[in-house]
Write a protein that binds this ligand. Structure first.
Ligand code: AR6
Length: 510
């Protein structure tokens, strides 16, 4: 095919210039063999909580579904006698207590997790409640409501939740209320079989979901995270949001032959100020993910992905059912709401009060916030990034995230930035080009946020303009990247290291 991509941006739009709202046509929401919907569709009403579907729980206790804590198969063997207890009954008894201090939260959780009573510590949670100005109010007004929300699980999540397994394209649509209920259960650590660690545990290929790790140890980062988590629960326990969320595990179906692609480059807007989540409103927003989605969100991690999961906590629900991502897979989550403001990054991250999200909803009642989790390769050196296999892996991963072959209408731009170039050690200039190729192949423009890097802003804008003016194709540029490795390997250590963009411009000068 030839180029002629329709584009959202004029080349090099001035910062702040407005971009056309996208006009994607959404088909009617209906379940299929690859799309589970856990609410009653014929009774959806704007502003009203969706009703769960089916009316009564149909149990599934197997390797294809989330093992629910209220299942009658979730039992706990007493130590001395042969008696067994329904774990859910213990959970109910335990959570219907008075929470006088954070120690009662610890006691409650340990009661139905006796195996871990000596392993888990709740030091961070206790520190949080000691420091928190609103501690008393949280304990008497919010925590009991969270407990009730957790205990509503058998009535709210009546459909067995499929595990989104490796290499299966699958969609799961649920209500924000169901997500809140699942998160309340994660907070109170009720999910069975999710605590064992080690390669042979049943869920070793899944991220962890119970919150115990967030409560332990001494960590200023976790204190900030807890603050955001309680913003979320305070909000949903006061006024439950009424929208829907979709989790879509997506796999690249047809391989792109990158060297042969004749697509032209789409448009780019690059700026050194702004963030993906704020300035990228209405666009497809990239999550610089771990293959275990959410990465260290329940531990000490606090970079781009973890921050996003903490301010949009409904993203954390994906950890319940999303198996580790394979090399050409991604997870797209649509509809999550932001509940916290923040400043800083990493150690300087501060949760800065509640956030009111007024993002409009689409015809599926989802907030129009589409986030795509793509995990880059963790690199430790420069040259290896240009190995053809690795270039292909990265560009395929990005293309899996950006492409939307069935969409009618023009796709919104991709809001991204230095994907894979922080914790994962990638080279920004290379990753910018690879994402540009993936977006061009997918026919979408890019809004690229360099996160304060002014040189990158100029350099990327220049090289993109240069290539676009010459009508260079995706295939031509990709081939040049492959070639650059030879240049790197051949260059004499006594001379300056060849610079990717300079070399490209030199080679392609017409
Ligand atoms: N908007 C735009 N750019 C940003 C933003 C933002 N909100 N936040 C950061 N950046 P990093 P990775 C820029 O390190 O290298 C997590 O633990 C900033 O320049 O989060 O792909 C995951 O779970 C930053 O240096 O992504 C994975 O385990 C750069 O983006 C791992 O980190 C990269 O952000 C992924 O690491």
């Amino acid at each position: 095919s030839s180029g002629g991509n329709s584009s959202h941006f004029n080349n090099n739009l001035a910062p702040g210039a407005s971009i056309r709202a996208h006009g994607i046509y959404l088909p009617k929401l209906q379940p299929s063999h690859t799309h589970k919907v856990t609410v009653m569709l014929d009774q959806l009403k704007d502003g009203e909580k969706p009703r769960p579907f089916p009316l009564h729980f149909k149990g599934k206790w197997d390797g294809d579904h989330v093992r629910m804590p209220f299942s009658d198969q979730s039992v706990h063997q007493a130590q001395n006698t042969k008696d067994s207890f329904l774990r859910w009954e213990e959970i109910e008894r335990s959570l219907l207590r008075d929470f006088k201090s954070s120690h009662d939260i610890e006691k409650a959780i340990k009661l139905y997790n006796p195996k871990y009573a000596n392993q888990w510590n709740f030091d961070c949670l206790h520190t949080f409640f000691k420091k928190e100005r609103m501690a008393a109010e949280l304990l008497h007004a919010v925590v009991p409501k969270m407990a009730h929300l957790a205990l509503a699980l058998p009535n709210l999540c009546t459909m067995p939740l499929p595990l989104l397994r490796r290499d299966t394209g699958f969609m799961l649509t649920m209500s924000q209320e169901q997500a809140a209920c699942l998160l309340a259960n994660a907070f109170f650590c009720t999910f069975p079989r999710r605590n064992a660690t080690g390669p042979r545990s049943e869920y070793s290929a899944f991220p962890d979901i119970n919150f115990n790790r967030l409560f332990e140890g001494k960590s200023d980062r976790k204190l900030e995270k807890l603050s955001a988590i309680f913003h979320y629960f305070r909000q949903v326990c006061t006024k439950m949001p009424t929208g829907l969320l979709t989790f879509h595990r997506k796999k690249l179906e047809t391989k792109v032959e990158w060297e042969r692609s004749r697509k032209l480059l789409t448009n780019l807007k690059v700026q050194s100020t702004g963030t993906i989540e704020t300035e990228g409103k209405g666009m497809l927003q990239v999550d610089f993910a771990n293959k275990y989605v959410g990465g260290g969100v329940l531990g000490n991690g606090l970079v781009q992905e973890e921050i996003r999961f903490i301010i949009n906590p409904e993203l954390i629900v994906s950890r319940l059912f999303t198996e580790v991502l394979g090399p050409s897979e991604c997870l797209i989550v649509t509809g999550t709401e932001r509940f916290s403001n923040y400043t800083g990054y990493g150690d300087t991250f501060r949760c800065n009060g509640p956030h009111v999200d007024d993002t409009p909803r689409d015809s599926w009642m989802r907030r129009q916030t589409e986030i795509v989790a793509i995990d880059a390769i963790h690199f430790y050196g420069y040259v290896e990034q240009f190995e053809q296999q690795k270039l292909e892996r990265e560009v395929n991963k990005a293309f899996c995230g950006f492409s939307c072959p069935d969409a009618a209408g023009s796709l919104p731009p991709v809001a991204t930035g230095n994907w894979g170039c922080g914790a994962f050690g990638g080279d920004k200039r290379l990753k910018a080009l690879l994402q540009m190729l993936a977006a061009s192949e997918a026919g979408r423009d890019i809004a690229y946020f360099t996160f304060g890097d002014r040189n990158l802003e100029d350099d990327f804008r220049n090289i993109h303009g240069f290539l676009q003016n010459q009508d260079r194709t995706v295939g031509e540029v990709f081939k040049m990247l492959v070639q650059f490795r030879t240049i790197l390997l051949e260059h004499s250590p006594h001379r300056d290291k060849p610079q990717l963009y300079e070399w490209l411009m030199h080679k392609l000068q017409k």
